[in-house]
Design a protein around this ligand. Sequence first.
Ligand SMILES: [Zn+2]
Length: 446
Amino acid sequence: MVLPPPPEERAPRVRKHLSADALYDLLRLRFEKIPDHRGRKCPISLTDALMSAFGMFSLKDPSLLAFEERRNDENMGNLFGIARVPSDTHMREILDPVDPRQLRPLFDDVFRQLQRGKALEPFVFYQGCYLLSLDGTGYFSSSSIHCDSCLEKVSKQTGEITYQHQMLAAVMMHPNHREVVPLAPEPIEKQDGCEKNDCERNAAKRLLRQIRQEHPHLKLIVVEDGLASNAPHILELQKQNMHFILGAKPGDHSFLFDEVLAAWEADRVTTICWTEGEVSCELDFINGVPLNESNQNLRVNWLQYNEFGPNGEERKWTWVTDLEISRKNARWLAKGGRCRWKIENETFNTLKNQGYHFEHNYGHGEKNLSVVFALLMMLAFLVDQVQQLCCPLFQATWKKMGTKRALWDNLRSHFRHFVFRSMRHLYQVMLYDLAKKLPAPILNTC
Ligand SMILES: [Zn+2]
């Protein structure tokens, strides 16, 4: 049953190019450009299979089997433009050989729409630069199921192999905004003879180069944890013309911290103190210290932030950066370094625990299926984040539902029971409770 939309003047506006409907159309057009590896005309197109998997993650279906019930749902055509939804087995077969690199342009397409709509302007952090947090996360681990692209971890004690999938995510963020904007992530892949850490380092190198290639003029400050504050990585960042704020620990950087201590004793470290409620805060910084003994030409600026609570509790963060630190910007740069947690909290945690089922096994495949699914789920998350950031209709519906979980539950339930013309129509019906205003059906009680 098609429900009528509410009067136009009552409905919150949508931003035309950034609405879910416009972005779904955009993604579909890009999917159509991916060559079909089957090389012949098939009853279900690659575009339909990719769009179906994207639709499954947009709807947050918990399994392929749950999604399969939608095969004859009119909404799949109306909202996602899918002509034919494949069965679960067929979807896995079609998507397994797809090269995950062919999905990268989809993230760019959405990003360009954000730029075009000037939606990224509030994300400018410092001197025209955006903060980009990089971090790796695992989403699959098994001792039996594996594919060609699995990482293999061999237990030193038992020799048992654990198969894993991890990816390196790059997420644009800002201390004052809850939303994040993920760029295309990079799978951390097995490379012959390489240790796991090498795999992650190589993935970082590939990712930074790809980002620079895709966004030659984007001004970025890369924010990472203490594992990244090593000379080869910093040199790679410099090569890609990216600024950085990287975590630094005394255990990994004894030479650097000894230099800072000597500077402290010589009164060359600047300290700023203030209070926030009952918490005492202290910032210390010095510019131009060598990163380590073997790279004394590589000078970095050192920044430390301490918080002292009323009961003696202490929290400390330390970073190295190439941005010149001053009394004026030190507090803001520390905020930038601290907002790195958003990649954990607002991205990985949301994907794993807030309805997206990131660690759920939708099917592993033999070649790329696991990676293709993970990328399509990240893409669905990006489109949702754009809605959260830019769409007053989405924001109003989310507010009415109270939580994201309730929002997705309601969305799925409406999707199942009624026919909609567009996502906009669906959100409007949810927002104004139009489904409840239908006359009760006449039931045969005999
Ligand atoms: Zn695998």
